[in-house]
Design a protein around this ligand. Sequence first.
Ligand code: HGY
Ligand code: MN
Ligand code: MN
Length: 411
Amino acid sequence: MNQVRLEINAQRMMQRLHALAAVGQTADGSCCRVALTDEDRAGRDLVVQWMTDLGLQVSVDPIGNIFGYRPGQREDLAPVMTGSHIDTVRTGGIYDGNYGVLAGLEIIECLNEASQQTQRGLVVAIFTNEEGVRFTPDMLGSLVYADGMALLQALALTDKQGVTLGAALEKIGYAGTAPLGVHRPHAFVELHIEQGPILDAEQRQIGVVEHLQGISWQEITIGGQANHAGTTPMALRHDAGYAAAAVMTFVRDLAREMGGHQVATVGQVKLTPNVANVIAAQAVLTVDLRNTNESLLNVARDRLAGFLAHLAQAEGVSIEISDKVRFAPVSFDVGLTDLVEQQAESLGYTNRRLNSGAGHDAQMLSRICPSAMIFVPSVAGISHNPAEHTEACDLAAGCQVLCQTLLVLSN
Ligand code: HGY
Ligand code: MN
Ligand code: MN
């Protein structure tokens, strides 16, 4: 079958990327649109406007996922879906998530310009709360969409202030009425920056993602005893701050000792009363453990649990562990990854297969349909940081590969 070729307009895509980047921009240049905040609403409103301008049928489901649908000739066939997220971490770059959504819109505009109708319809999706900054777990919108969590359970999740996700969704006006699971896709392909150093280091333009690692987020609450920092003998202290520091160094040492794909970090620590001359009464911290191998990830979790039990006993503190995220590793559809690789090859882009260290919505979509991911390089592997950068030529290459992949899948 002679394959239709469309030439994407990279400049137009970049214009949208920079226009969206300006929404929620902070003084240090970060893109800060934490899910279900006013900044997130403003970003959603902008992209929904672009979807409407492109003639897409826009629908919003009850968890706030947004779908822009372009009908195909065969309405009896399930559509092909692409997309990602536009919520960010607090120190977000401008590409993480946004790029995958706006590349999808660019492809829609190319099809409109060419008056091309595809056999299967096309959907560009924006999934709610991929980053999990205010509400956990992350990848929440796609998890609910893929039947991984009941809607009512998700709507009842609360943030640190006790606000429910449902109330926050209502407040920003994105508690949608479209049925959950609207546009059940024939296949899902997500375009995303690598957020790691491999493609940039090897000067490859395209990453064909084969596997995505398992993720474990735990919140650990350590109960110590507030006391005077000067008068309390060291042997009598129950110092939650010290215990938190011990956990931080333990997880680092554990990942180094286990090696392989094991990674670990403590990203959040909150001490109470957080006063210089008071021994911390409480520490609340998060531990993010990841591994491509499920059983090794469980080993890491078990080793941490053993350490915490010992620490509680040694320091005379109480320790509670609450699971916030527990996602198994995912292998993407072999046929789809082959197809992505073929497109990259036929377009003459250097490419390689690799795994994803980050979680993505495709991880959830792979529960309900064949899914795949396309990566483009992140300069120096930096992400979740305003210094996040991908060269325009690589962004264009990724969009072109996605375009050809979607054309094959939808015809
Ligand atoms: O945590 C992750 O890997 C993703 O950025 N939510
Ligand atoms: Mn992302
Ligand atoms: Mn991210």
